[in-house]
Ligand binder design. Sequence first.
Ligand code: ADP
Ligand code: MG
Length: 240
Amino acid sequence: MIQFQRVNKHYGDFHVLKDINLTIQKGEVVVIIGPSGSGKSTLLRCINRLETITDGLLEVNGIEINSKNTDINDLRKNIGMVFQHFYLYPHKTVLQNIMLAPMKVLGKSEEEAKKTALYYLEKVGIPDKANSFPSQLSGGQQQRVAIARGLAMGPEIMLFDEPTSALDPEMIGEVLDVMKALAREGMSMVVVTHEMGFAREVADRVIFIDKGQILEDADPNEFFSAPKEERAKLFLSRIF
Ligand code: ADP
Ligand code: MG
């Protein structure tokens, strides 16, 4: 579903992604971990072309995403993204926030968009917040709205960039629970997170990245019990 072949990316002179080879199958849940500044967000953002790669090949569903012929809007319809900060529109209700892209980008009718929005709000466990404004919600609830907003586009792939890092500790669990349920339903997911419990429980694979290089691509049990790389050992010893 997603394939990186010898992908490199530079920001000016800075070589941020180095020879990335990575294949993600349909239905897989892949967790990316690594120190701050190692290139995790950049890697994720290349997948929906929020960043462009410098060289190499990057395909999503068999389509070369940096080719001139690729319709970037078509590509993004298929890829949902959830960020650390939720980026909800403050002056729109929860429902309106979720309905916006399906109407504007997919051309859904208001009625249809509303039905879809309510369905996903139910799924993330806050159907009663449909008419609230983001400021009336807790951080955890806002992040669940952001997830519902992504799902309402009907993507085949969901990308998560540290979705719980900005949350108070007591709200992390409710967001992870929504993500776990999504994983169990077979959604293809790439998740950057420091939540090692989540990685152990739901990841099919753990990717450890440091200084722009993939140093490990392993089964979570293997990775957590016996990381092969010294830098991964050091990283784990610091966060546990
Ligand atoms: P991570 O998500 O692992 O913390 P990032 O992918 O955000 O890492 O960043 C990797 C490196 O690239 C960092 O050193 C960061 O400062 C740098 N970087 C990120 N975005 C840009 C940018 N737009 N321009 C220049 N450098 C950037
Ligand atoms: Mg990041």
